[in-house]
Write a protein that binds this ligand. Structure first.
Ligand SMILES: Cc1ncc(CO)c(N)n1
Length: 202
């Protein structure tokens, strides 16, 4: 399965073992910071398309969750490992991040909003799966600088927000025909492939 491929990706394994080269991690944090800024924009755009209160409320929750991830997890982490403003200004965004974001945007344009919601669910559900399983399999250093990364994505509020999202999507997709369901499954898989490509280039 694609998520297990991520769990066993060299970058993730080294991070869990606490032996990853810090420069590689710094690059990841910067790349992912740019990703998260776009991800937030996409969530806000989806929210603006909403007319249903339950989905609006949920997207609000996801926006809050992602703001927390960006500004209370990523940014302090970036400061902690000594990333300078100059490094951020001069950071060249990896092609896979640009392609991944363009893909999610094109899904919203071409396959409706539901496709976009599915794409975004893959991101956060996948991170929860990968962080929890990789720590179980390879985590061995409670004091490693990378431990907080695993904790951030395994914590209760992150898992709960994902579960709410899954429940909501189950509700929204109850009456889909198989062709539509297949399109959504393909979007989910394509996003998991992008995640693997991202870990591979780091
Ligand atoms: C690339 C990527 N996918 C998913 C997440 C989780 O939001 C993230 N921070 N970065």
């Amino acid at each position: 399965m694609l998520w297990d491929k991520e769990v066993n990706n060299d970058f993730i394994v080294q991070m869990a073992k606490g032996v990853l080269d810090i420069e590689r991690f710094k690059n990841y944090l910067m790349q992912d910071y740019f990703y998260l800024l776009d991800y937030l924009d996409i969530l806000k755009k989806l929210k603006n398309m909403c007319v249903h209160e339950s989905l609006t409320n949920h997207l609000d929750k996801m926006i809050n969750e992602t703001m927390h991830e960006t500004y209370s997890v990523h940014v302090p982490y970036m400061n902690r490992v000594g990333i300078t403003q100059n490094e951020i200004f001069n950071c060249k965004i990896e092609l896979v991040i640009k392609d991944y974001i363009s893909y999610i945007k094109s899904v919203i344009e071409e396959h409706t909003m539901l496709g976009g919601v599915i794409a975004l669910l893959q991101c956060s559900w996948g991170y929860a799966y990968v962080s929890e399983k990789a720590w179980k399999l390879y985590g061995n250093d409670e004091h490693s600088v990378y431990k907080d990364w695993f904790d951030a994505y395994s914590m209760g509020s992150y898992i709960d927000a994902n579960q709410d999202w899954i429940d909501l999507i189950n509700e929204m997709t109850r009456y889909l025909d198989t062709d539509q369901a297949e399109i959504l499954c393909d979007i989910f898989v394509k996003c998991a492939q992008f995640e693997n490509q991202f870990w591979n280039v780091l």
